[in-house]
Write a protein that binds this ligand. Sequence first.
Ligand SMILES: Nc1nc2c(ncn2[C@@H]2O[C@H](COP(=O)(O)OP(=O)(O)OP(=O)(O)O)[C@@H](O)[C@H]2O)c(=O)[nH]1
Ligand SMILES: [Mg+2]
Length: 362
Amino acid sequence: MGISCGLIGLPNSGKSTIFNALTGLCAGAHPYPFCTIEPNVGASHVPDERLKVLASIVNPEKVTYTSIEFFDVAGLIKDAHKGEGLGNKFLSHIRTVDAIGHVVRCFERGDITHVYGTVNPKRDIEIVETELIISDLEIIEERLKKLERMLKLSGEKQKKEIDLLLKVKSILESYSFIDTSSFNTEERSLLKSFSLLSAKPFFYIGNIGEELIGRTPIDEIEEHAKKRHTTVVYVCGKLEEELSCIPYEEKRSFMEMYGLEELAVEKIVKTAYKILDLITFYTIVGKEVRAWTIKRGTTCVEAAGKIHSDMEKGFIKAEVISYDDFVKAGSEKEARERGLVHLEGKDYIVKDGDILHIRFSV
Ligand SMILES: Nc1nc2c(ncn2[C@@H]2O[C@H](COP(=O)(O)OP(=O)(O)OP(=O)(O)O)[C@@H](O)[C@H]2O)c(=O)[nH]1
Ligand SMILES: [Mg+2]
């Protein structure tokens, strides 16, 4: 199972266009605000050059990429929490995603309405982030009201939760996001239950016009991203949407023509992996070569559990070959003969690119 990413931003910032580019789907993307009402959901393969190389060596019947799911929701505008535009209730559709991509309109096009008249990334980011924060504050305030009623009847546990929520509330009221690493494990798990958008890893997606390809970064977004300790990816949504509809070989020559080194899906997936601190391991079993996504720091037995719960329960050892060693050796047999396969126990921390063969017994 892969990861999920929600796309947010002002109306007409290009969320659905980018969603289409990422998933190859055809969600409505038109030059009028509030085109998207119901959320669009779609998935994309996680582009993986190493998996391709492994497949070319092993020649399996099946190659299984890991996937990333994208959610495209309605546009947020100022005072959405008071019901402006489509309101803010639709944000519930992205409360369970792993990461958020905030689409910021940087392309100039007079015929595509900007709800505030001009292209102004800094102002737009602040409007959207204010609404996210207010939406989270609504959840916190509602919970606080409930807890305060309960406190009259009971005790300590509620008191702890109230203290935590008051702390989070004051962070949000200062227009900051929640850095979950500053809370202890118990607080983090409690916080997780509220699915706060402002506590999720996020990044900005600068949606640029063709004339800006190769002419980024854009200072005002970069400055804001630095303040928020995150990163910016620049894509030309419209061009990427068109590229997603053409065959692979032709795509590469168009990319060259436009001076694009990577596709939006490659940039966005890479960024999502980075901010979520994810790595990939591989399995070569029978006729299948497969990629798996895990959090950096995952142990071998936990990784085995990703493949199958029986492998976790009955874990004995794992045979591990690094991707580089496998490619150098040219085959699993040769890698074994050269002594490049090492046997690891359940506490071994899986490294990016490891090829695992789990020995288990149930
Ligand atoms: N020129 C240009 N047009 C774009 C770009 N990205 C999106 N558009 C156009 O902008 C319009 C709005 O794009 P959408 O993708 O529908 O925007 P949205 O953010 O999903 O809008 P809502 O669903 O209304 O919130 C469409 O006509 C797109 O074709 C871009 O990079 N360049
Ligand atoms: Mg849309």
